[in-house]
Design a protein around this ligand. Sequence first.
Ligand code: BES
Ligand code: ZN
Length: 641
Amino acid sequence: MTDHPLRLIGVLRAIGILTVLVTIASCPNGRAAAPAQNAMPEVPHDAHSYAVPQSARVTHVSLDLTPDFETHKLSGTATLSITRAPNARQVVLDTRDLTIRRVTDGRGATLTFEVGPAKAFLGSPLTITLPEAGNTLAIEYETAPSAAAVQWLAPVQTAGKKLPFLFTQGEAVLTRSWVPTQDSPGIRQTYGATIRVPSGMRAVMSADHVPPDAGEKDAQGRTAFRFSMTKAIAPYLFALAVGDIAFEPIGKNTGVYAEPSVAGKAASEFAEVDQMMAAAERLFGPYRWGRYDILVLPPSFPYGGMENPTLTFATPTVLAGDRSLVNLVAHELAHSWSGNLVTNATWDDFWLNEGFTTYIEGRIMEELRGRAYADMLRVGGRQDMQAAVREVGGPESPDTRLHLELTGKDPDAAMGGVAYEKGAAFLQTVESIVGRTRLDAFLRDYFDRFAFQPMTSTRLVALMNDKLLQPGEADRIGIQKWIFEPGVPPNAPPVQSEALEAVDAQVATWKNGGATSALQTTKWSTQEWLHFLRALPETVPSARLAELDRAFAFSQSGNSEILFAWLKIAIRNRFQPAFPALEKFLLSQGRLKFIAPLYADLEKTDWGRKIAIEIYRRARPTYHFVSTNTIDQTLKWREGQ
Ligand code: BES
Ligand code: ZN
């Protein structure tokens, strides 16, 4: 592989490198001397943002916010720094359900602004008329109690039951419901914040803590917590949580935040995080974010994990007690490279975040637990891939493409499982053709060269052709087909696991009438149990399910993944003895990946809708917007049902 300088320049051009912006930024009056035309960096058009970054773009956000746990509002000021093209007269921001009180130039002069009409999931453009000179905008605003990104929890929804809790979830296009900014992943911003919280509570963010950890108290007894993120990040990664939050260190630069009664358990569950970090750095280069902490949220957190920089947000359902689900941490940690350093420029290329991350997750787990274990995960991944393809209508469906066209669609609803596992299978295919050594070198260079920059599928293909592939290899891989066409090409390398094949053999015997007591399960890991449950036939007589439940107590499982797999089987077979466990599971946590399929499966039967609605009526107030948004549709939910 040659590294010809001209070729490099070609690549840099092709990706619209930000030299011009650097020129602007280093010019004292903020204006570039030359070129006068096109003086703003090229960012691919993002159909999910109102911003016009070529004209004026946000570079820094400084928040001063006070949460009100009575009214469920965050209120305060967002002070934005912008760069602007010489002729720019206005800046356009994204907002959603925000009340904008006033906009000034940061020195007291009022600026005129207009909030445009609200569109579904995009929200409203906030257009501010810029002053003649100056690059600061101070926006006084408050959030709506229903802000899509913010969940306000009552004390009963927490482990401690004494204090309320709040957390935000920005990805994909929800940040605009708590921060008025240009909410596009291609428009990176640094940020700082002061968060004023009631006494006894702590604020944490996806940023460095500015000491002292708990700052001064004001007249109302509120404590100020200050934060600073000096690396430019995509705004979907802005994140805040406030509550009765304790800290438990793991390593020198790692630790766990959680409610006090959960922190100890979480720290021991995630004790391997330093080894994961070492493995990731060995493979893909230095971790660039300083600390890596994990915040374990109350059970309504709608995702398994969210890769907020310096502070992964995680569901408590990952705390199995035996470290058997910590590949989730490997996944979120991997985003510190794929996603947070090199970021999908628009949601059309969501797979660049999730597919790369799923591939790397597998590599980290392989370093940590060995090949046989990672292969079990990969087999599960391929099963998930097939299921994801089926779910969107089979291999002909345009939704099975890696590169999507999401204009006019809600990205949060349209970004499905295909991106994860087909994306990972694509990189496994590349690996099978170029070998690990070359792929790893490419990836390391990719994260280094494009750190803090947006990426698109087209750029990736150009880069692979330029920096990785030898003549003929692109065709052998079928890059274009993999990325831009539906279905899964047949050249994905097969994944195999001896351990799981042994499970299959046992399932076969059991299916043919073999006794439950004859199953040899004493050495099974969670992965083997999950494989066993997924391999059971579509229909199983209730008597046999009862046998399994008696022998292995699936309905009582403290492992959320095992319980989930079991409950799916129970619904499929109308196995009523498991229904109390089903109800309890749906009422006790709000992780979308678990609850959405269970409600959908109930709804699909000719008997389950009534049960689903009855549980949902009680559970819905405890779920996050992200979860209710999906399940309302599944169940055709109407208020007052
Ligand atoms: N970034 C995602 C979560 C996400 C995706 C939020 C799309 C909003 C929109 C996160 O990294 C993720 O993939 N989480 C998984 C973890 C799993 C794959 C180990 C989850 O939540 O289940
Ligand atoms: Zn992810």
